[in-house]
Design a protein around this ligand. Structure first.
Ligand code: UD1
Ligand code: CA
Length: 463
């Protein structure tokens, strides 16, 4: 018979040390909230049930995690032991093993949880504590071992004697318990300590006194166990996560020129043989294909970049760039831009809610907003799609193989047909039909012999 596995995630604390309006576990590390990181790793070991203890910001945390977890509310934050006890109505009478983990340790992996479970089973323990050797143990609970190295108890920083404070083996805040023993011991925990809290860590001594087997599994990598209590630790956890993400992409065949200056969110996907230059930021649900060059200082958010795309110093938001297209330097795709295959977008071009068909070129200093452009169109320099009348946005259409001369204004709503031509400098307010040239500017007149009537003709500089 396989033993049932349960998980309790503690996420009710306010996170006073963050000095934030946002609840601690909702702070993000590489684009994902800390508590979501924890839940994602927990899900990967397929427990039979997941219960998250919420309190401060309960609604916000519940909506962040949705139906991926069950929730119990801890009305008052009386300590980690009290927090776990709130899960008793859901789990208390069940046979099995329970992983208790904390919502503010976002770097822990499913692999570590699995190893903890395996060690726990091997030792036939009632509880196994996940511990680590800390370079600086300040702030953590310390693992007090007796003769023969057996674990006696966990002492919190604030309750530690000066001898105990020297111990550098710390409690990561993660444990594997025999489920029933956990809840029965929790009823014996009191709050007679420096913080006046019901400590989950006191369960260890209680079980020890009952003669149960207490085990400790020491993980190798302290970094992975880091708890985040303030913004300094948030930055440090982000560095570790960033390194982990970048190394995985490199193993999968992505070239990252300078990993310490490349910022990729955890859910971003990148194809092999893509090259990422320094200063690149890839956020949210971005997906990048193979053989792309994501050039220096590009920022891409929630966008799809197909194979063979080149970008340089540009910002791309909620958009798609199809195969072989390119952009930059210094251009901006705002939401709902659909850039067709092989499209060229050059310097200082802004595109918003617009579709550009395959092979179209928008090279320089142009705004394309609320427009549908067909294939193989050339948009000259300095063209403005005038989409806004101060009240409403209007749409413009340009057909395949049209040519839009430089410095034109295309005042929507308007249709410019396939194979038509807009003369440079035109302000287009009426449709341009197939094979026509739209020209909408004052005809040039030359005033003969005008020079002598100009003030500059009197100036020495122009003689
Ligand atoms: C806790 C451990 C400490 C360990 C450290 C690891 C205890 C008493 N101490 O200390 O041994 O080294 O984690 O990072 O357990 N929470 C609740 N309700 C509460 C109190 C806390 O849900 O009433 C949650 C918090 O949201 C947080 C987690 O429990 O996610 C840990 O609480 P925190 O106050 O940060 O504990 P530490 O002092 O860091
Ligand atoms: Ca903590």
């Amino acid at each position: 018979m396989t033993t049932s596995k349960f998980t309790i995630i503690l996420a009710a604390g306010k996170g006073t040390r963050m000095k934030s309006k946002l609840y601690k576990v909702l702070h993000k590390v590489c684009g994902k909230s800390m508590v979501d990181h924890v839940l994602t790793q927990v899900e990967a070991m397929h427990p039979d049930e997941i219960v998250t203890v919420v309190g401060h910001g309960a609604e916000a945390v519940e909506s962040e995690l949705g139906d991926r977890s069950k929730f119990v509310v801890q009305e008052q934050q009386l300590g980690t032991g009290h927090a776990v006890l709130q899960a008793e109505p859901l789990l208390g009478d069940k046979e099995g093993m329970t992983l208790v983990t904390i919502g503010d340790a976002p770097l822990l992996t499913a692999e570590t949880f699995d190893k903890l479970f395996a060690y726990h089973r091997d030792k036939g323990a009632t509880v196994t504590i996940l511990t680590a050797q800390a370079p600086d143990p300040t702030g953590y609970g310390r693992i007090v071992r007796g003769d023969l190295g057996t674990v006696q108890k966990i002492v919190e920083q604030k309750d530690a004697s000066s001898e105990e404070a020297k111990i550098d083996e710390i409690n990561t805040g993660v444990y594997c318990f025999d489920n029933k023993a956990l809840f029965s011991a929790l009823h014996e925990v009191n709050n007679d300590n420096a913080q006046g809290e019901y400590y989950l860590t006191d369960v260890i001594e209680i079980l020890k006194a009952r003669g149960d087997v207490i085990a400790a599994y020491k993980m190798k990598d302290f970094d992975e166990s880091q708890g985040v209590n303030d913004r300094l630790a948030l930055a440090s956890a982000t560095k570790v996560m960033q390194k982990r993400i970048n190394e995985q992409h490199m193993r999968d065949g992505v070239t990252i020129i300078d990993p310490s200056n490349t910022y990729i969110d955890v859910d971003v996907k990148i194809g092999n043989d893509t090259i990422i230059e320094p200063g690149v930021i890839l956020k949210g649900k971005t997906v990048i294909g193979s053989d792309c060059v994501i050039g220096a200082q590009t920022r891409i958010e929630n966008s799809t970049i197909e194979d063979g795309v080149h970008t340089l110093s540009s910002t791309i938001e909620d958009s798609i760039m199809r195969a072989g297209s390119n952009i930059g330097p210094n251009s901006h795709l705002r939401p709902q831009s659909d850039i067709g295959e092989g499209v060229h977008i050059g310097n200082f071009v802004e595109v918003k809610k617009a579709t550009l068909g395959a092979g179209t070129k928008v090279g320089h200093l142009t705004y394309v907003g609320d427009a549908t452009l067909g294939k193989n169109i050339n948009v000259g320099c300095g063209v403005v799609f005038v989409n806004y009348d101060g009240v409403k946005k209007w749409h413009a259409n340009v057909g395949d193989n049209a040519f839009i001369g430089s410095n034109s204004n295309i005042i929507a709503p308007v249709d410019i047909a396939d194979h038509s031509f807009v003369a440079a400098g035109s302000t287009i307010t009426k449709d341009v039909p197939f094979h026509a040239m739209g020209i909408a500017r004052e005809r040039q007149t030359n005033k003969e012999d005008f020079w002598d009537r100009l003030p500059l003709s009197k100036s020495d500089d122009w003689k």
